[in-house]
Design a protein around this ligand. Structure first.
Ligand code: NAD
Length: 265
């Protein structure tokens, strides 16, 4: 058991970006980390190897989180290796951007399949596993779920309606599930990042002009790093936040503060 009082964590979409940073952060705390990936086998094995070298214990497991049988496989393999699961971080997410009138059903559906159904499938499996865990001292949580959502669970986003709607769905998935499982001593929270430097938005932060435009939306005047999110995930998974459930933490440099009103609007 590490100082944060969890043993095993499953992180989905952990071969890159925010998921990778979260997997590495938990690994540094000595946790068992299940590094889920869909296609990027090489990168996922590198993440697992880094964790194994730095005091943690990790395994990389391939699974498309939008597919029920693959999610079952992910959790079965994780349990086979580590016996139980204490923390689930649902992080795997995609964008398929288009203007609304041009958006295909496939673009709409795929985003929901991964960003919302994927979170449902993984969370449902985790809840089943958590119920096998024992409470220690009748106080702390027996399980913990963290949904990586987005500021677009409350900020509308033209040209990205499928993505924003899926993240809005995550908000109510998180709250309703938190209410349902709180009596079982299972906590459910979300982290909603603003703009974080990862693959998902590299066209924006790698381009000087676009990055300048983006900074206008960030009162704190810097684009976030994946570690800004992983630090919050560690806290949310720890007993230090034991009384926190059904809450979203916005990790966004103030993006949700209506930055347009900084000078009288
Ligand atoms: P990323 O593209 O680096 O990470 C997404 C990961 O999900 C990738 O590793 C990808 O392979 C994986 N993935 C996609 N579909 C999958 C599937 N079906 N099954 C399993 N894995 C799958 O981008 P990121 O920014 O690190 O995104 C992580 C999460 O953070 C996403 O949910 C995203 O919506 C959210 N987010 C990111 C930002 C940002 O600015 N980067 C802002 C808000 C929210």
């Amino acid at each position: 058991m590490n100082q944060l009082n969890f043993k095993t964590v499953v992180v989905t979409g952990a071969s890159s970006g925010i998921g990778k940073a979260i997997a590495l952060a938990f690994g540094k705390q000595g946790a068992n980390v299940v590094v889920n990936y869909r296609n990027s086998e090489k990168e996922a094995f590198e993440v697992a190897e880094l964790i194994n070298k730095n005091g943690g214990n990790a395994i990389a497991i391939k699974a498309d989180v939008s597919k029920e049988d693959e999610v079952l496989h992910l959790f079965n393999q994780a349990i086979k290796k580590y016996n139980s699961i204490d923390v689930l971080v649902c992080n795997a997410g995609i964008q398929k951007d288009n203007s609304f009138s041009e958006m295909s059903l496939e673009e709409w559906q795929k985003v929901f399949d991964v960003n919302l159904t994927g979170y449902f499938l993984c969370a449902r499996q985790a809840i089943k596993e958590f119920s096998r865990n024992q409470t220690t001292g009748n106080k702390k949580a027996i399980g913990n779920i963290i949904f990586v959502s987005s500021v677009h669970d409350i900020i509308p986003w033209a040209g990205h309606v499928n993505y924003a709607a899926s993240k809005g769905g995550v908000l109510m998935l998180m709250k309703s599930l938190a209410l349902e499982v709180a009596p079982q001593k299972i906590r459910v929270n979300a982290i909603s990042p603003g703009a974080i430097k990862t693959n998902i938005n590299k066209e924006v932060w790698q381009d000087e002009e676009q990055a300048k435009k983006l900074l206008k939306l960030i009162p704190y005047q810097r684009i976030g790093e994946p570690e800004d999110v992983s630090e919050v995930a560690l806290w949310l998974a720890s007993d230090a936040s034991d009384y926190v459930t059904g809450t979203t933490i916005y990790v966004d440099g103030g993006m949700t503060l209506y930055p347009g009103f900084v000078d009288n609007g």
